[in-house]
Design a protein around this ligand. Structure first.
Ligand SMILES: *Cc1c(COP(=O)(O)O)cnc(C)c1O
Length: 413
């Protein structure tokens, strides 16, 4: 039967008890049982962010300009911090959004506007490596563009020559990732940037997953190639706060080399409706003030030293997993992941079956389809789970090699 509003409202205790009971069926993320969806910092920073979120529980970031100067101020600070991290020139500009998908749609909209409405009777297109996030396809569908997916090189990085070949007069944007989600590798953005500049093309760097990790990884001595505005051809960058910025959801950022590019993503509706001028910088209308406050609080509570030490701790966890996985006979890491997204496969065992056996032990598996592999987007919750995970992977692989009849799971995000 379809649910209706209860005639007898639930008491506060009943509400919370019910939620508690319902969550019993959820994945045990606090013990590191999911390879995606959740990120978390240390207790104190988390608590501060939560308090800040709740302080702005009721405020609407849509009203930042007219009603909530504090939210406008927080957004300006968040954007400035990102522009500094990504080596933006003085004219750089950006916005806070509700997620990577929205940041990407905004950038595609800006590039589409830049290309001139009606410039060509033919359908305009985006050229992206096959490893680019599906949000580009979503943006293309929404904005009536064609999306061209181009195979990557043997090291799973975008192939600049193949991208160049796929471009034509109707191309309005090319995309590179830092890193891509599936293989965790950073595309050769320097080379792609040269090509983009020589052809006058808009290059967007999707640093949704790596943006708030890569600068600190580099500072810690990791080999991180130039991926941001330091590369002259880069016009826009998306970077998610609610991933390795460790902020509460929903929060992401979108940046542009100049305010002139940035303003192309705006929607302004000057007349037409009886309530007068309506304008938003991003796709969403009403937005949670709490997410902005939570992001501001996290950035300021961690500060530069906090992000550095968080990155060090995280990369140590990743290294620990990689070493432990490689020690299992037959297992190899897919490609050469540069940050915290890793995938591994086995020379003989069907990883789809391994995933099913792991799920019977309470582990949700991320997967790749090419090659069939298990995938992890690592975060702090995985630290304590390492020994259990490695043991279970070892045992499940052995079971599959002994001829387990477990169903072979297909890759799903
Ligand atoms: C997560 C992710 C996105 C999309 O972000 P959402 O916040 O889930 O909308 C885009 N690109 C990459 C590389 C990502 O990892």
């Amino acid at each position: 039967m379809r649910k209706i509003l209860p005639e007898t409202p639930l008491s506060p205790t009943a509400v919370l008890d019910t939620l508690q009971k319902m969550s019993a069926d959820d994945i045990d993320w606090r013990r590191g049982r999911t390879p995606l969806y959740v990120f978390k910092t240390s207790g104190e920073v988390q608590q501060t962010a939560r308090a800040a979120f709740n302080m702005y529980f009721d405020e609407n970031a849509l009203g930042a300009r007219r009603a909530f100067a504090s939210i406008q101020r927080m957004e300006a600070d968040i954007v400035d911090i990102g522009l500094s991290l990504f080596n933006a020139p003085a004219e750089g500009a950006g916005f806070v959004t509700t997620g990577g998908t929205e940041s990407i749609i905004c950038a595609v909209k800006a590039a589409r506007t830049a290309s001139g409405e009606g410039k060509s009777e033919r359908r305009r297109n985006l050229v992206v490596p096959e490893t680019a996030h599906p949000a580009f396809r979503k943006a293309a569908e929404l904005l009536c563009l064609e999306e061209r997916r181009v195979p990557v090189a043997a090291d799973y990085k975008a192939d600049p020559a193949a991208l160049a070949d796929a471009c034509d007069d109707d191309t309005i944007m090319i995309v590179a990732s830092a890193p891509c989600f599936p293989y965790g590798v950073i595309d050769p953005i320097g080379e792609i940037g040269d090509f983009a500049r020589s052809r006058g093309l808009w290059l967007h760097v999707d640093a949704c997953v790596g943006g708030y990790l890569a600068p600190f990884a580099r500072e810690l001595g990791r080999d991180i190639p130039p991926f941001d505005f330091a590369v002259p051809g880069v016009i826009s960058i998306s970077a998610d706060l609610h991933k390795y910025g460790y902020t509460p959801k929903p929060a992401s950022t979108i940046f542009y080399r100049s305010a002139d590019f940035a303003k192309l993503q705006r929607f302004d509706y000057p007349d037409c409706w009886p309530s007068g001028f309506y304008g938003t910088a991003t796709i969403a209308g009403s937005r949670p003030g709490g997410a902005v406050a939570g992001a501001w609080a996290t950035l300021h509570s961690l500060g530069h030293p906090g992000y550095l030490s968080a990155t060090k701790e995280l990369l140590d966890i990743v290294d620990g997993y990689i070493a432990g996985l490689k020690a299992i006979p037959g297992i190899s890491i897919v490609g050469d992941p540069q940050l915290a997204n890793i995938a591994f496969t086995h020379s003989d065992a069907d990883m789809g079956r391994v995933a099913t056996l792991l799920s019977e032990r309470g582990w949700l598996s991320g997967m790749l389809s090419r090659p069939k592999a298990l995938h992890l987007m690592m975060s702090f919750v995985h630290g304590i789970a390492r020994e259990d995970y490695l043991r279970d992977v070892r045992e499940c692989v052995a079971e599959v090699l002994r001829g387990s009849a477990a169903k072979s799971q297909e890759a799903i995000y």
